[in-house]
Design a protein around this ligand. Structure first.
Ligand SMILES: Cc1cc2nc3c(=O)[nH]c(=O)nc-3n(C[C@H](O)[C@H](O)[C@H](O)COP(=O)(O)O)c2cc1C
Length: 551
């Protein structure tokens, strides 16, 4: 029959969060083996003197403490237990004082000699190694912070040194305070179910499986939400929010942003970016002019763009914890006015794109070769094809092949984008077709293939990280544009539209082939590009602005 000693180190007898978890764990142990004997001890209720370091237990009365208090019986229970569950809240990055007192009073279990345990670790050997070495230890702990990092290292090292590295199991529940909020039972309930599973597993294997461990190490909610909820739950004003002249901490924060912002990213920019904090109801403005940035907290100027955001969201964006554009799409904040000013602001804050070598390969540096002007050069081969393929495959296919070959060889390297590669490939294949099957085709065959090829190329580009038009239009949108999900989504939608337009052009050509206009069947559909081009210019501005608007 297995004996389990559950030591409750919480000082809140009765409503301890740690004990909620410990009891679930124990119920798992009992589910596995109902005969398990559980002895629960509320350490805070016990009369346990603090170890005075007299060392009588090592010298005069070996193995016996001079104090005759509740620890006398507890020490016996401790020695006899097969499993000891150390259930303690985290207090000041360590175990609770009640538990520490108990721990120190286990000194009689040790011999006075100091052993070198290797790896720079020293320790006292057990007086009764046979009993002590087979004893299993489980740490169960809750804490108030949302992470174990820089929080639990002390306790973990203590347990490693006492019981041997990785020879003990643990359940550490961060954001433990939430266990006391019944409205959150839907979050904490599944966690407690998992604790029970852990208990059952431990009963069976004396270990907890990695998947269950992983589940148990997860916080209940995201850190910012947790901080906001718990910080507000105290019902006490945060006096740190006030600065020396009675303003809010946001002012200091804005000053940091001002320092971090580099106005030189857009030398010609003349704009006023307004920040409206929705939570603390404060307004600030950055006036960006002549490569300088001034911060205003009153006497406001007319804004060019305005961001409505709460302080925590802005902090998280600037700390790089959440993506600015992604959060914008998720309506975590809103931007009105000129989106370019907003993009320039992000560019000025985050500077040039700093990506891993792998990601860099997929990104296109900004140079003239990636301007929309170059894009029109890249369209030339297609134009030639539609205008001349019907009359002469040599001009309609071979010349476009030459043009795209020349363009690609001028561009080369990382500047060369998907559209140019796809164009070269298409005309190479068409050239091969002419060489293989001859050049005698009826009814605008090459033009129809060309329209379909364009539709396919543009459709495929919507599946890529950087959709086709983004390769060229990011020139106007700053270095961070290719990381900006809103910019990428705008271009992706645009590429869908163009892909459909090319399909329509293919269809129109096919239809015109059956009419008297057959000689112009390849050229007439090109006219459809004009309104689509006008639409594109409008859409590139409208969509980001609309997506950034408040709900
Ligand atoms: C004196 C004291 C010190 C604390 N120190 C920490 C700490 O260092 N880190 C932490 O994350 N939580 C800390 N907390 C929060 C507790 O660990 C947390 O509220 C825990 O869930 C309480 O468990 P209990 O209900 O079982 O007593 C501290 C709480 C108190 C009262």
């Amino acid at each position: 029959m297995r004996k389990v000693l559950l030591l409750n180190g919480s000082h809140k007898s009765g409503k301890s969060f740690t004990m909620i978890i410990a009891e679930q764990f124990v119920s798992g142990l009992l589910e596995f083996d109902p005969d398990t004997v559980i002895q629960t001890v509320d350490l805070i209720q016990k009369n346990i003197n603090a170890c005075t370091g007299c060392h009588t237990c090592w010298t005069t009365t070996p193995g016996e403490c001079i104090f005759q208090d509740d620890m006398t019986e507890l020490f016996h229970q401790y020695e006899e237990a097969d499993i000891v569950i150390w259930a303690t809240p985290l207090y000041h990055y360590g175990i609770s004082s009640a538990m520490k007192k108990f721990m120190e009073r286990t000194q009689p279990a040790l011999l006075p000699f100091i052993d070198n345990e290797g790896g720079g670790t020293y320790g006292h050997p057990f007086r009764n190694p046979e009993k002590m070495n087979k004893k299993k230890h489980v740490l169960i702990s809750t804490c108030g912070f949302p992470s174990t990092k820089n929080n639990y290292e002390g306790v973990e090292e203590q347990f490693n040194n006492l019981f041997g590295k990785d020879k003990w199991e643990k359940i550490i529940c961060v954001e433990g305070e939430l266990l006391g909020i019944h409205q959150l039972d839907n979050l904490t309930g599944p966690y407690l179910d998992l604790v029970k599973i852990a208990g059952k597993e431990y009963g069976e294997n004396l270990s907890i499986s990695p998947t269950v461990k992983e589940g148990l190490s997860k916080p209940f909610v995201e850190t910012p939400t947790y901080l906001q909820t718990t910080n507000l739950s105290w019902g006490v004003d945060d006096t740190r929010m006030k600065d020396s002249d009675g303003g809010l901490i946001a002012w200091n924060y804005m000053k940091e942003v001002q320092t971090a912002f580099n106005p030189k990213v857009r030398p010609k920019m003349n704009a006023v970016l307004q920040i409206d904090f929705t939570d603390i109801k404060e307004r600030y403005q950055f006036v960006i002019k002549d490569e300088t940035c001034t911060l205003l907290r009153n006497d406001f100027a007319r804004e060019t763009a305005a961001i409505s955001i709460n302080l925590t969201t802005l902090e998280r964006i600037l700390e790089g914890k959440i993506d600015a554009a992604q959060s914008l799409l998720e309506k975590k904040y809103a931007v009105t006015g000129d989106m370019r000013v907003f993009n320039a602001f992000l560019d000025g804050l985050f500077g040039p794109v700093n990506l891993s070598a792998d990601k860099k390969k997929r990104l296109v540096p900004i140079s003239f070769k990636n301007t929309p002007y170059w894009f029109f050069l890249a369209l030339c081969p297609w134009l030639f094809c539609f205008l001349f393929a019907e009359y002469s495959p040599l001009i309609g296919v071979v010349v476009p092949l030459m043009i795209s070959g020349v363009l690609c060889s001028i561009k080369r390297g990382p500047d060369l984008v998907y559209f140019e590669r796809a164009t070269l490939l298409t005309f190479s294949l068409l050239g091969l077709a002419v060489v293989t099957f001859g050049s005698d085709y009826q009814g605008n065959t090459f033009a129809i293939i060309g329209y379909f090829a364009l539709a396919l190329i543009w459709a495929i580009s919507t599946l890529k990280t950087i959709p086709l038009t983004a390769d060229y239009t990011h020139y106007f949108n700053g270095r961070n544009a290719l990381k900006n999900v809103l910019f990428l989504r705008t271009n992706r939608l645009l590429c869908y539209v163009w892909s459909l337009v090319f399909l329509a052009q293919a269809g129109i050509t096919l239809w015109l082939n059956t009419t008297v206009l057959i000689n112009f069947a390849a050229i007439i559909p090109i006219l459809l590009s004009v309104p689509t081009f006008v639409f594109s210019l409008w859409f590139l501005k409208w969509y980001p602005t609309d997506a950034a608007k408040p709900k």
